[in-house]
Design a binder for this molecule. Sequence first.
Ligand SMILES: [Zn+2]
Length: 176
Amino acid sequence: MRRLITLLTALFVLASGAIITSTAAHAETYPQLERRIERNYGVPVNWVTRTPCGTTRGDGFWACYTRHYVWSKTKRDWVLKGEINVAGSRATANRYPTMARTVLYHELGHHKSYRKCPNGFSTRGRNKEAVTTAYAVLYTRLTAHDARTWLNSASGRYYTSADLRVAKKIHARNCF
Ligand SMILES: [Zn+2]
């Protein structure tokens, strides 16, 4: 039995022509990251057409995270599950691996922050997407450089030091 709790959407648009390659020596390839997310977090990465999480999107590279809870007999509690839907193709992801990694890390930021605060959390008045990006920068391998390059600041997804502070509270399970 599973129930859909909420839908979190994220938008990442492929900037025309502005392709930045990661300089991080440890950077894993996009397929490696996708497999690691599925293996380590049990979060499947689903490829869809242009309707990630049921919302029709235009051109670009879009991803969203959906969280739901599954009853665990052994834990006798609801366990957070989640899935990531990506609109686009693996061919696109392979062509723009840094952008693709940035998208997945942001969505993983959603998942990891809800693992810390399964009942939700306050963003202390900050934009939730920006807090999520801050969380991903702090607690996944998303770099500040990639976040700046690929996340759309106009949509509130870029983060400030205030967002970093909120992300740290969430990580400390200081949820509200
Ligand atoms: Zn998001």
